[in-house]
Design a protein around this ligand. Structure first.
Ligand code: SAM
Ligand code: ZN
Length: 282
């Protein structure tokens, strides 16, 4: 039975998976249960770098509280606009976290699948919308057949351009979302004596060979009144892990945080040589 508009791919032998009863099975007989909560676990245990890879419960809950409060709603508007502009109707949210953007874009009429390596994240996604296609897997080895989606969306997550291109239809798109150098500068000022820039976030270094069609910055003024809101924001960022308790206390005790999220969106066209060659395989 074909359940969605795409087919999952067996992580063991790479052949298509069919849903039979409550299990996904391939022609070779590999078998993966669909959880009662709605998602499927397609990350092979020997490929897991740790027992619980990806964001943990604390990070997932913090992100969910912050995003549910609507602070980043303008980013959803901008992403929906970009999808409309390029006629994108099916999308993979690669590294979807707890599913805020995936479900919001699905509510705007897009067909959205979500993948994350965090089990806590994907369970939270299923709680948001059980009927959507959620799966636990890595962006490095995605369990979808070739050419499954009009576009792959990556929001504040690791990118794997070759793998993203493989699952994208010929002529499809890649939408990269990440921080600009000025993103959350006040938060960083409070945490660090010397503020470093986001040097690692230069998407052009990953996407060489892809044609950039568009680049824009979404600017969102933030006024976080409570220490809880500030703490939730901190836990969504890598700064939570790169600061000590003393630095974090300094951030929380300095009163309301007036800051600005400066988020870049870049749209790339997947080169036809990459999609054509993968199209021939799948
Ligand atoms: C900063 S969070 C962003 C989550 C979501 N895109 C958002 O903006 O709300 C990064 C996410 O990447 C996930 N992640 C980390 N490594 C991954 C991998 N190899 N494959 C898939 N997801 C991964 C984490 O579990 C986490 O949910
Ligand atoms: Zn198989």
């Amino acid at each position: 039975m074909t359940e969605f508009w795409f087919q999952y791919r067996c992580p063991v032998c790479q052949s298509p998976l069919q849903l039979e009863g409550n299990s996904y099975v391939c022609a070779e007989g590999h078998n993966f249960d669909k959880a009662r909560k709605g998602y499927v676990h397609l990350l092979l245990s020997h490929r897991m770098a740790s027992k619980q890879p990806g964001d943990n419960k604390m990070m997932i809950e913090a992100r969910q509280q912050f995003l549910n409060a609507g602070f980043y709603a303008p980013l959803v508007d901008a992403l929906a606009e970009v999808c409309g502009q390029y006629g994108i109707s099916s999308l993979l949210d690669a590294g979807c976290g707890e599913g805020y953007y995936s479900t919001a874009l699905s509510e705007r009429g897009l067909q959205v699948a979500g993948l994350d390596i965090s089990k806590e994240g994907i369970m939270a996604c299923s709680r948001r919308r059980k009927s959507m296609p959620w799966c636990i897997a890595s962006v490095a080895d995605m369990p979808y057949m070739n050419a499954s989606f009009d576009a792959v969306l990556s929001i504040f997550c690791r990118v794997e351009p070759t793998e993203f291109a493989r699952v994208t239809k010929p002529g499809g798109y890649m939408i990269y979302v990440g921080p600009t150098e000025s993103h959350l500068s006040e938060l960083r000022n409070r945490l660090y004596d010397e503020v470093r820039s986001y040097e690692s976030d230069k998407p052009e270094q990953y996407f060489s060979g892809f044609e950039q069609l568009q680049q824009r910055t979404v600017t969102i003024p933030l006024q976080l009144e409570s220490a809880e809101q500030i703490e939730n924001l901190l836990k969504m960022t890598p700064h939570y892990w790169s600061t000590n308790r003393q630095q974090q206390e300094r951030l929380f005790s300095a009163g309301p945080l007036i800051d600005q999220a400066d988020i870049q969106i870049r749209v790339y066209q997947v080169p036809s040589d990459k999609t054509e060659s993968v199209g021939a395989v799948g």
